[in-house]
Ligand binder design. Structure first.
Ligand SMILES: Nc1ncnc2c1ncn2[C@@H]1O[C@H](COP(=O)(O)OP(=O)(O)OP(=O)(O)O)[C@@H](O)[C@H]1O
Ligand SMILES: [Mg+2]
Length: 313
């Protein structure tokens, strides 16, 4: 009974529900039977290699593409039939965007604000996104990162309940990326839900409450970042340098799965208390490396395991 109650509770707070979504372009199956739910107020990530179907999925949800089949419910609306009502409540930063070359930064914000009933003060957005100095600059004169910031500000101008950000931080410098992360958290704090499409593992790991890993049009795993790491990449790496040629006795430690030696650099992979076990065994053999350290598994390890490739490959 308790499980049933929990399910009812989750369903009630889901702001996005997608079931068996499918979209083809000729013979290319871009989205192949995708289903997921997003709880209100979450930052939900879609992570996957190039061509996985992420943009197609989020653009179907924003009523920008028509899926072949499947069910979509966003804010109680069906993007296929309620596009105008839906657009009033969502903010979109698209992967491919453009504005007229001669439009000025402030004019673009003012224009977007003028067609929305519930608007934020765009002067504040100018400040928040570091565009105040560029307010009179034309779109053509902005750098790639400045254009990106403008598109994010434009996505927020209607005070949306759901914000779709597709490759938001691509092209931003490291400082701007950090600012963007803080601002995404502040979007959530305001109560909005964020759908984040990204290639950056650190971004997904740090920002997302839940995330789906998409590969070849399918969701291959979905959970919290830590849940994915625990489930798919429990092995840790212990790294140190040693001039000892023969370290084969380390294999006597049952928890160790693999030892890789490259010159003096030794990398030991295993699960459980590997660091303590390796340290004890090294000391026992008279080896006391000063650089012994542990690397915890990351989302990158999960991604590699599930898709067999590095992101961007
Ligand atoms: N308008 C289109 N016409 C034909 N094929 C398309 C179109 N848009 C996307 N595709 C194809 O659909 C597949 C999924 O593309 P999509 O843009 O959804 O991937 P993505 O995961 O967003 O990739 P990226 O990380 O490169 O942005 C790809 O094989 C792509 O070539
Ligand atoms: Mg894309």
């Amino acid at each position: 009974m308790a499980i049933q109650d929990e399910r009812v509770c989750f369903t009630l707070t889901a702001i996005i529900k997608v079931e068996n979504l499918r979209k083809t372009y000729g013979t290319t199956v871009a989205v192949d039977d995708i289903s997921f739910e997003v709880a209100e107020g979450d930052i939900f990530g879609l992570l996957g290699p190039n061509g996985a179907g992420k943009t197609t999925t989020v653009e179907c949800l924003q009523a920008l593409r028509q899926p072949d089949s499947g069910m979509m419910n966003i804010l109680g609306l069906d993007p296929r039939h309620d596009a105008p009502a839906l657009r009033r409540q969502i903010g979109s930063q698209l992967q491919e965007s453009a504005l007229p070359d001669r439009i000025k930064v402030w004019e673009a914000l003012d224009l977007f604000a003028s067609v929305t009933p519930e608007k934020l003060d765009w002067q504040v957005l100018l400040e928040q996104w570091g565009l105040a100095e560029k307010r009179k600059s034309t779109f053509a004169s902005l750098s790639g990162g400045q254009r990106q910031r403008l598109f994010i500000a434009l996505a927020l101008v209607n005070n949306p309940r759901i914000v779709f950000l597709d490759e938001m931080t691509t092209g931003l410098d490291p400082a701007a990326r950090r600012i963007a992360w803080d601002l995404i958290r502040s979007i959530r704090e305001r109560g909005a839900t964020v759908i984040l499409v990204t290639h950056f593992m650190d971004e997904a790991e740090k920002l997302c409450d839940r995330l789906a890993i998409v590969d070849r049009g399918k969701i291959v795993a979905m959970d919290t970042p830590q849940g994915l790491i625990t489930q798919y990449a429990s092995e840790v790496r212990v790294i140190f340098t040693s001039d000892f040629a023969d370290l084969s006795w380390l294999h006597n430690i049952a928890q160790i799965k693999k030892i890789t030696k490259s010159g003096p650099r030794v990398e030991v992979e295993g699960s459980g208390p590997v660091l303590a076990l390796v340290a004890a065994s090294l000391v026992e053999h008279g080896i006391t490396p000063t650089d012994l350290r542990i690397e915890q598994p990351t989302l990158e390890d999960v991604f590699l395991k599930l898709t067999g490739k590095d992101i961007g490959e």
